[in-house]
Design a protein around this ligand. Sequence first.
Ligand SMILES: Nc1ncnc2c1ncn2[C@@H]1O[C@H](COP(=O)(O)OP(=O)(O)OP(=O)(O)O)[C@@H](O)[C@H]1O
Ligand SMILES: [Mg+2]
Length: 224
Amino acid sequence: MKVVVLSDVQKDYALGSVTVNALKGISFAIEQGEFIAIAGPSGSGKSTILNMIGCIDSPSAGRVSIDGREVDSLSDKELTRYRREKIGFIFQSFNLIPVLNVYENIEFPLLLKKNVPKKQRQETIGRFIERVGLADRVRNKPHELSGGQRQRVAIARALVTGPRIILADEPTANLDTETGLNIISLMEEINDKEHTTFIFSTHDQYIMEHAHRVITLRDGHIVA
Ligand SMILES: Nc1ncnc2c1ncn2[C@@H]1O[C@H](COP(=O)(O)OP(=O)(O)OP(=O)(O)O)[C@@H](O)[C@H]1O
Ligand SMILES: [Mg+2]
């Protein structure tokens, strides 16, 4: 089952009077349960691709399908639901909410879903906090955590709604090598056990080596 299909996707950005062709015809398919790296130099289009898959931005031409449905055919309301239910996001700079503690940060996407009762929320959050090894940090705020711990919170937050796809834009770029490898191992373990599809961008060779497959970009094209 293909969870993500991009067909000849192009993305142009108007930058003042010039047009930047960020993606110049990108096609690939990703199967459920893959663990995929998107590699390539700065400016090659990695974040732009993740934004297309995450329905954060739409292509200038070409088609994106998620879970068998063409994104273009969805209404705004359906798109919001799609993003919330099917996709989890992890960012380079963690993007946690500073005034919320670890528990509350992980709870946030469940509150957006509205129909999850408190008891079920507590049970699910507890399970993911254990999973990412932060049981002793539940009441701490992000500024009281290390970079690796913050990224663990972000991983739990991305997973808590049970999405089929996790998109991670350079999830290890702000971490030292050892912590980065720990984060990738955690992602691999979740991929292995839950069959969640992971698509992550990276510059690091040692992170790429963990991927099942590497899609390499250069200047808006796939080169390998
Ligand atoms: N909102 C935007 N407006 C104009 N140009 C943009 C915008 N977002 C990205 N670009 C341009 O599109 C190209 C691809 O950018 P993108 O952010 O996808 O690269 P990247 O591979 O993620 O780079 P990095 O490794 O530095 O994060 C770049 O030339 C960039 O300047
Ligand atoms: Mg980027």
